[in-house]
Structure formats: C-alpha cells, structure tokens
Ligand binder design. Structure first.
Ligand code: SF4
Length: 436
C-alpha cells in the first residue's frame, strides 16, 4: 500500500503564471496522497510544467526529459508527466520524441491531473489531452503554495492580444476572468496561511472582466485584512486606465510599482508587433503615472532583434530608454515561434547582430538602473523580509515596495517582518543597507 507515502517532484519552467499553475496541480495531487519532494530518486511521480515562449525554454525541457530516461529504466513504476504551454503546443509529439513520458496535459487540462495520475497508477498507457485550451483550474482547488511570505493569485487566464511574436494566445487560449468571490476567498486563504504579499496575476490584468473592473478588484483586495502588500502583473499599456492609476495612488497597501512591458521603442516595430500603441502614447502614460504616483517604480520588458529591425529603429529604442529611465528592464532576444505571424516576416535578424544589440541595450539600461539605485543611498526604505540570502546565512534579503532587492545584516528579523533599512550601497540589480 502506498497511501500517504507517494512523492511528487514538481519541476516548473517559465513565468509566474506557471508557478501558480504548478501550485494548483500540487494541490490537486495532494488530494490523492502525493507530498512534494526535492529528491528525484524518491519520486513516484515527476511532473514537468513547461514554457514555450522562447526556443531556449523548450530546449531546456527536452534536455530535462531526456535525462529522466535512465531513471525510468531503473524505476519503471515511476510516472513521468509533462504539462503547461509546451505540452499544449507539442501534444502527442512529445511522446513520439520521448516515449518514456507517460502523460501530456495541455494548459486547459491541468485540473485533470489527479484523475489522469490515478488512472495511470492502475493501468499504464500513454495519455495525451490538449483538447481544451480554454479550460481552467476552478475555485475548488486549494493550491499547495511554495515559499512563506509572498505568493501569486491568478485572476484570469489566456490572452486576446495576439502580439505577432507571442505564442501565449495559442497555448493558453482566450481571456477568461475568475469571479471576484473566488479571488477574495483565495487571497483570504493565503493570508490565513501566513503570506504577507499577494501578487494578482494575469497575462493582461487590465482587461479583467469578472463583473468589476481591475481597478475595483485591486481596491477590494487591498481592503482584505492581513494583505500587507499587494502587487499585480502584467499590464498591457493599451489598457492601463486612469481609474487604475487612481486606485494605486489612493491604495493602502498597493505597492508603487508597475511592470509595463513596452517591448520596443520605435513606432514601426511596435506596429509590426501589433502592440496597438505608439511611443508617444506610452510616454504620455508614463508622465500621467509619475504625476499621480510620485514614488512609482517602473519596469519593463524589451525585445531586440525583431524581424525588420534597422539600426535606426534600434537607436530610437536606446533614446526611448534614456528618456523614460525605467528602474529596471528585462531584455530578451527575439525568438522565432512557429505558428506566430512574426515567424514568417521577412528580414529576420541574424544571431550575431541580435546579441550585439542586446549587449548595447543592456549597457544603457544598466547605467540607468544604477543611477536610479544610487539615488536611494542614505534613504530609509521599508523592506519585507523574505529570508536568508542564498549565499550567506548572516545576510537577509527582502524587497522594497518598489520591488527592489535589498540585502542587509541579519539581526532578530524573521521572514515576513516589515523592517526599515537605511541604504548604504547601490548596485545595478540590488541595494545593500543596515537596519535603521
Ligand atoms: S499581451 Fe501580447 S505579449 Fe502579452 S501574452 Fe498577450 S499576446 Fe503575448
């Protein structure tokens, strides 16, 4: 009898939405007796939750699956499953390429994971289901959350925007919003479990349509007792409303940080990306946000090497970066995704040039990030303590409300405490300080 001794090794790739999905699948598998383990050799079930937004993410998954072939040979009763975006995209191909995989579940089928695993425990045969890309994991699931201080609560699934480079609408389906009551209940449950910081998640939270606007939802969650910090991501610039800006400005615990992916800094490329805003419109939005929320931190995503990108487009993007002065930018090289319109665009950029442009872009942004962080030296910031730093137990790490990483010498603090730290040193990606 295996009973409560069954062990699940969960491997998650990709974005926060995947982390949240993994926690929900772990919640479902807990109901049929699986407990999480970090020990691969002890696992009865290995579940890989995958990402396919870039080719490198897919390569990593195939590499990982390949490495489990020997493990499966040594332990044939082990169940190996693949879920998430790449499972949705590849379907039965995954089993053709790697017959030691037992099951493949698309993004809309994650709620079926426990049923599928139970049936494989009784009868071993390949199982593939990617039939309903618009499915979701319902309210009845209790996520098995990782960490102890900060957590994610999905408010919607899917995307309707069809940016020409992006595979997400094809592998996650159209937008579906969760009901506010479901979201409130899940936030209350997370708070009861001890979480202090909640991030509301969606591919484009600004188009939330669960019976209230996103601004109303955010303000309502802000009122839930025990939510000490509230964040959200991601915001499409085309949908960020005045109402939302006012909600953040007037919020109690809504953090003054907006991640606002611009993706590029020239109108020509933005048009080809189908981003539906211009550089000027984005700049006006930034002005409006900064006027209403003076201490706001703005971060963004940028893609270099999009098909048709010229030196002039790239140089406009560098000027754009210098004009906006983001606190941080996550920069990516364009990755051709088959099935998206941009994969068939002419004038694909060669790899060497893409890398050169990425380096130049990062150099400009790193200087800006450092300058922004240096401006904080000698100031006192509120830090939510997340725990010991990965490299030194005597150093604690946490984040400011503006989402900047802070390291400071460990005193009597505990994970989850809100403490004041005086900043003494600034680097590009982090701040160092001492307890005030
Ligand atoms: S908004 Fe665009 S980039 Fe973001 S998930 Fe949707 S299609 Fe992809």
């Amino acid at each position: 009898m295996r009973g409560m001794e069954k062990k699940l090794k969960l491997i998650t790739y990709g974005c926060q939405m995947n982390v949240a999905d993994s926690e929900r699948m772990a919640g479902l598998l807990r109901q049929i007796g699986y407990a999480l383990t970090d020990d691969l050799d002890a696992a009865d079930l290995i579940l890989i939750n995958t990402c396919c937004v870039r080719a490198t993410a897919e390569d990593k998954v195939f590499g990982q699956i390949g490495r489990f072939k020997t493990l499966k040979r040594l332990k044939p009763e082990l169940i190996l499953g693949v879920a998430g975006c790449m499972a949705q995209k590849e379907g039965a191909n995954l089993i053709k390429r790697a017959p030691h995989v037992d099951f493949v579940l698309g993004t809309g089928q994650s709620s079926e994971v426990a049923r599928v695993v139970q049936s494989l425990e009784h009868e071993r045969k390949h199982f593939v289901d990617t039939s309903n890309v618009s499915g979701e994991i319902g309210a009845e699931v209790f996520p098995l959350r990782g960490g102890c201080v900060t957590t994610f609560v999905p408010i919607m699934y899917g995307c309707n925007n069809f940016c020409t480079y992006c595979i997400v609408p094809y592998v996650r389906g159209r937008e579906r919003s969760r009901k506010p009551e479901e979201i409130f209940a899940e936030v209350e449950q997370a708070v009861a479990e001890g979480f202090k910081e909640i991030t509301l998640l969606g591919q484009n939270v600004n188009s939330y349509a669960g019976g209230m606007t996103f601004a109303e939802l955010l303000s309502a969650v802000d009122k839930i007792s025990g939510v000490e910090r509230l964040r959200f991501m991601t915001s499409h610039p085309k949908d960020l409303s005045d109402e939302l800006i006012a909600a953040i400005a007037g919020g109690k615990n809504i953090c003054e940080h907006i991640h606002l992916p611009v993706q590029y800094g020239s109108d020509k490329i933005l048009r080809r990306m189908n981003r539906v805003y211009t550089v000027e419109k984005y700049l006006r939005l930034v002005e409006k946000i900064r006027a209403a929320i003076p201490n706001v931190s703005l971060t963004t995503d940028l893609i270099v090497g999009f098909p048709g990108e010229t030196d002039a487009d790239f140089s406009e993007t560098l000027d754009f970066l210098r004009a906006v002065k983001f606190d941080a930018a996550f920069t990516f090289i364009y990755s051709k995704r088959s099935g998206t319109p941009a994969a068939n665009f002419e004038n694909q950029i060669d790899d060497e040039l893409k890398h050169r442009r990425l380096d130049a872009l990062m150099k400009v942004q790193n200087e800006i990030s450092l300058e922004k962080n240096r401006a904080l030296v000698d100031s006192v910031v509120e830090v939510l303590v997340e725990g010991a730093s990965k490299t030194d137990e005597k150093i604690f790490m946490g984040r400011t409300r503006s989402n900047k990483l802070v390291l400071f010498a460990h005193g009597a603090e505990r994970a989850g405490d809100l403490v004041d730290v005086k900043i003494s040193q600034a680097q590009t990606w982090l701040l160092k300080g001492i307890r005030n």
